[in-house]
Design a protein around this ligand. Structure first.
Ligand code: ZN
Ligand code: ZN
Length: 594
């Protein structure tokens, strides 16, 4: 059966068809479009029309010239959008949908139901002044090189018309903001101004446009910069002085945290349940680390007497093991060299099928993408025709010797392997290839972050369970790495629900998770600025692990790890609870009769 292919993929489809003899092409049946497929196409079209900036970020550029003003009229329209599309969605019989469509249905439903929650209950549009930053919205338009520069500038000219009204509405929206978000807004506004005063100005100079247009455009740029300045001054002069130095309003509290957790993570567990599991997991990890530290003690410290306290002893061994790292100039090549070994291991142990036609391309992070040093997977967006996936590794060129040393100790020879498992094989990169097998624009734009991160975290543990690496050092460093994920969850819930102070946070991150001061401080800031997101890694991981246990229990001797992995990934980036439902159903129905 030929599955329907979305219009934007038709280009690729047709160009593939061109390679074949003509008569073969005509033999291909016209795909029948189901009512639900039609619904999805119309929904996405409406979604982009209502959210032009989001559309540009996803690579859909039809509405580049539009800027939505964050005022009451548009908030009402947003609620209406939710209501209208929910009622259209509800006209479909859930039972009649195939499993992949069923997940799309659930993702759309969750998104639409979340709209009134974000708008009327969480209300970040009132208390988070950093919500109003137009730098990215304009950058996404000017940076889309497939459109002619002149056309991009014409679209931007229209978009610029709305900037003044946009910031007037933003100013009117601010009500009881938090200090930490106000400070963030002020610092980000300064940065995003450079998009207008430099990036767009430079583009205008390069473009071949009539003098009238350019003069007009320059005037609009100036007005936009003035509007940003006005908003920034408002925050600095009228808002900030009234906010207490130790303002506590960043805590969203238990009720909102639980709700946001359900909309964002879409977990089968509550946030409180996940928090409790994370706390007990932390103790288990400490026990294992203490055992390993004991076994490694003599190798690194000889006859020296270990300190009396558990965490102190673990920390000393971690510090010694971390000295085993590559030189700063071989960081990129070290990562590159490790990938074939991971592939070989996965194949030998028969853990999951890797597609040999899609080798992973490791490259130095392009200059324009470099922010903080590190490693990341850059995957093409749903509308991106250059469908190549890269493993970006940032060389340590910009680091002082001291910074490089600290970074290399963090990403020592052991942790580097865990990082590669997580980012590349069989983590993020492998998951992406599987999810691209059944392309769904819904899963691509509304996909579940907890499943994606959970999978990468799950594979770290799974590789070690299958005896990847023999060194006890690798085990110790894995536990330290995993502890970070566990403590992210504890911190997130602790800050927003249990009123953790900065001291509580530092105790957790530095003492119990062995983090450096700079990392711990950064995390404390991130936990106050965001809510729920820090829980996603551990929640996804725990749900996948639990699902595997359930299936193992159900299938007994017939459980096969490789087929578990492949079936699990075949549903795409969907919430684990929905995949769980489908996989458990399937296992129960196909249970061999004994
Ligand atoms: Zn060193
Ligand atoms: Zn990740």
């Amino acid at each position: 059966m030929l599955k329907f292919i979305y219009p934007f993929l038709f280009v690729i489809f047709i160009s593939c068809g061109d390679q074949k003899p003509k008569n073969e092409v005509t033999e291909i049946e016209k795909p029948t479009i189901s009512a639900f497929e039609t619904f999805k196409i119309e929904f996405i079209e409406a979604l982009w029309k209502a959210n032009p900036v989001w559309a540009s970020y996803e690579g859909f550029h039809k509405y580049d010239s539009v800027l939505t003003i964050p005022n009451e009229t548009n908030r009402k329209a947003n609620l209406q959008f939710s209501e209208d599309w929910l009622s259209r969605l509800n006209s479909f019989e859930i039972d009649s949908l195939e499993s992949l469509d069923l997940i799309d249905y659930r993702l759309i439903e969750n998104y639409l139901k979340s709209i009134p929650f974000y708008q009327n209950e969480l209300k970040a549009w009132q208390w988070n002044p950093s919500d109003y930053n137009l730098g990215g919205a304009f950058f996404q338009v000017i940076n889309f090189k497939e459109n002619k520069l002149e056309d991009r500038l014409k679209a931007i000219s229209f978009k610029l018309d709305g900037v003044k009204a946009y910031y007037q509405a933003a100013q009117a929206n601010i009500n009881n903001p938090t200090r930490v978000h106000t400070e963030l807004a002020i610092s980000q506004l300064e940065g995003s101004k450079s998009i207008f005063s430099e990036t767009l100005l430079d583009s205008l100079k390069k473009a071949k446009l009539a003098t009238d247009f350019s003069t007009d455009f320059l005037g609009k740029l100036e007005a936009a910069i003035a509007a940003i300045d006005q908003y920034k001054t408002f925050l600095q002069a009228e808002i900030l002085p009234d906010l207490a130095e130790n303002d506590q309003r960043f805590r969203i509290g238990k009720e909102l945290f639980e709700k946001k957790f359900q909309y964002e993570i879409q977990s089968g567990f509550s946030a409180e349940e996940i928090f409790k599991i994370a706390v007990s997991e932390k103790e288990i990890l400490h026990d294992r680390m203490y055992q390993l530290a004991g076994m490694l003690w003599e190798k690194y410290f000889g006859e020296q007497e270990p300190p009396g306290n558990t965490l102190g002893k673990i920390k000393m061994v971690i510090d010694e093991v971390s000295k085993n790292h590559v030189q700063r100039d071989s960081f990129v090549v070290a990562i590159k060299n490790q990938i074939p070994a991971l592939e070989k291991f996965v194949i030998e142990k028969d853990l999951i099928t890797l597609d040999p036609s899609k080798p992973l391309i490791v490259r130095e992070t392009p200059k324009y993408m470099r922010g903080v040093a590190g490693a990341s997977i850059s995957a093409p967006g749903p509308y991106d025709k250059a469908a190549e996936t890269f493993y970006n590794v940032t060389p340590l060129d910009d680091y002082t010797d001291e910074e490089a040393e600290s970074y290399l100790r963090e990403y020592n020879n052991y942790t580097l392997q865990i990082l590669n498992i997580h980012e590349a094989i069989p983590g993020h990169y492998t998951q992406l290839i599987y999810s691209n097998e059944s392309p769904s624009i819904i899963k691509s734009i509304l996909g579940n972050g907890a499943m994606v991160e959970g999978w990468a975290v799950y594979t770290e543990k799974m590789m070690l369970e299958n005896e990847y690496g023999e060194d006890m050092e690798l085990g110790l460093m894995y536990y330290k790495w995993n502890l970070r994920t566990v403590c992210n969850t504890i911190l997130d819930y602790g800050v927003h629900v249990l009123n953790y102070s900065e001291e509580d946070a530092m105790q957790l991150l530095q003492k119990e998770a062995f983090q450096e001061v700079s990392e711990a401080k950064g995390k404390w800031k991130r936990a106050r600025l965001s809510q729920v997101q820090l829980c996603s890694y551990f929640t996804g991981y725990h749900e996948i692990r639990t699902l595997r246990d359930e299936l193992q229990e159900l299938k007994g001797e017939n459980f096969n790890l490789k087929s578990f992995h492949e079936t699990f990934l075949s549903y795409g980036s969907a919430p684990v609870k929905h995949i769980r439902h489908l996989m458990l159903d399937q296992a129960k129905n196909h249970k061999p009769v004994s």
